[in-house]
Design a binder for this molecule. Structure first.
Ligand code: ATP
Length: 445
């Protein structure tokens, strides 16, 4: 068995693309299959080298590796051979109509209430007419002649029984006038020659699949040579289509925000499936990965759910795993104190400033200011440990008669600048007496 993920390097990969990469990688791991990363860069105008690098970095960062790597731009000679084969068998035919001519034909068909399918006029062209067109300086592009009357059927691992009626589709252009090949053909040639057995991709390719099965068979593929799985598209939070052109939900942006790769993988692996997203390792996810449990309707990306998963992963993360990404000087005690209160790594800086740096002095209610100075008088001498907060607040309670929120809240606010956060019991020894005394005085002003 062999699978492939085949992105086009036309932008930063987003969570929708990543969902396909993850589905392929998990399925490959589950079935001990080979996994190929194929760069679909036949569109030279839109493909960028920087994106080829970026998508590999993003996949590696997600923990997705591959056994083989190919680029379509290195395989142009293979496509040229396939083109010759299809020309020789009469399945590729030259066309000369301009965009404008095609558009007016389409409009005419729509007016006549006929489906706007290409009428194959060029198939009826005589050799003399063709010679005449070329003599006039026209260079043909080439369409694939789809099988007549055929309905292509396959049993999709996600969508179930699928059918694509070829007569309802225009013969696809496979070679442009400048001789460059289109993705539709290049992809088929690669899948056949590189031994791909399972094609997992987005639902946007369902029609392509009907066409590509017909092309593959014209090139000698067996019936049902490939097994297909089309995953529904992932929509953004507003229900819109994700695009590489807007990078808000790119893997790169989530990484920069400090979201954990394992949270993204866990979330996308199970989003829109019968299994609830859970913080699992890649191997654990692979063990139970089942395309039959993926829903057939579009899934919607939900940032809150992803952050919820991220939070769960961070809460359980040992110090050694996070160490390199903590603010400089941060200790294990700091990590254990704050990890229950952060959604993302990016928020750690703030809590490090709270215990070891500066905070913006909070605004304290007038009535609480003298209270803070009273509390300062009861502040125990160092050394401090996790019992200090209790000892101190008990003394403050006895001295002031305050209890509950009136006792604790002004102290938390004065010391951290926040209404809530990690346990004060844990923060206090990290702050140290001098910083605590200082903050009480500043807040009481
Ligand atoms: N919103 C989406 N949800 C799920 N899968 C998607 C989504 N958009 C694209 N894909 C899938 O991502 C894989 C990589 O495709 P590709 O790189 O062509 O992505 P694309 O976002 O459609 O690119 P482009 O915008 O450059 O056309 C394909 O399997 C495609 O079906």
């Amino acid at each position: 068995m062999k699978l492939r993920f085949a992105p086009s390097p036309t932008g930063l990969i987003h969570v929708g693309n990543a969902r396909q990469a993850i589905a392929n990688a998990l399925f490959a791991r589950r079935h001990n299959a080979r996994f190929l990363l194929r760069i679909d860069d036949t569109d030279r105008g839109r493909s960028k080298e920087d994106y080829v690098q970026a998508l590999q970095d993003d996949l590696r960062w997600l923990g997705i590796g591959w056994d083989e790597f190919v680029r379509q731009s290195d395989r142009l000679d293979r496509y040229a051979l396939a083109i010759e084969q299809l020309k020789a068998s009469g399945r590729l035919y030259p066309c000369f109509e301009s965009e404008q001519e095609l558009a007016s034909k389409r409009e005419a068909r729509i007016r006549m209430r006929k489906p706007p399918v290409y009428d194959r006029a060029m198939l009826r062209m005589t050799p003399q007419q063709r010679a005449q067109a070329e003599a006039n300086g026209k260079v043909p592009y080439w369409r694939f002649r789809l099988s007549d009357h055929r309905t292509v059927e396959w049993n999709d691992l996600v969508m179930g029984a699928c059918r694509v009626k070829l007569p309802a589709i225009s013969d696809p252009v496979l070679v442009r006038a400048d001789g460059t090949v289109l993705y539709t053909l290049a992809s088929v040639v690669d899948d056949m020659e590189l031994g791909i057995t399972h094609i997992i991709r987005g639902e946007d390719h369902v029609t392509n699949t009907g066409v590509q099965i017909d092309i593959a068979e014209a090139l000698g593929a067996k019936r049902n040579q490939f097994t297909f799985a089309h995953l529904p598209l992932l929509l953004d939070e507003g229900g819109g289509k994700l695009s590489k052109r807007f990078d808000g939900l790119s893997i790169r942006a989530l990484r920069q925000d400090g979201v954990e790769p394992s949270a993204i993988v866990s979330y996308l692996a199970r989003l829109g499936s019968a299994d609830d997203p859970a913080p699992l390792s890649f191997d654990e996810l692979a063990k139970s990965y089942d395309l039959g449990r993926v829903s057939r309707s579009a899934a919607r990306f939900d940032m809150r759910q992803l952050l919820g998963l991220n939070r769960r992963i961070m809460h359980a993360m040992p110090f050694e795993e996070i160490r390199a990404r903590l603010p400089e000087g941060a200790t294990e005690a700091f990590w254990l104190a704050v990890r229950g209160n952060v959604d993302m790594v990016g928020e750690l800086r703030h809590w490090w400033d709270v215990v070891a740096g500066e905070i913006i002095p909070p605004v304290i209610e007038e009535a609480d200011r003298p209270y803070l100075l009273q509390a300062l008088e009861s502040l125990p001498a160092e050394p401090w440990d996790e019992t200090t907060w209790k000892t101190w607040t008990t003394a403050v309670k006895d001295a002031t008669g305050r209890t509950g929120r009136a006792l604790f809240h002004p102290l938390r606010l004065a010391l951290t600048g926040e209404d809530s956060g990690p346990e004060m019991r844990d923060l206090l020894p990290l702050m140290g007496r001098a910083r605590v005394a200082d903050r009480l005085q500043i807040a009481a002003r």
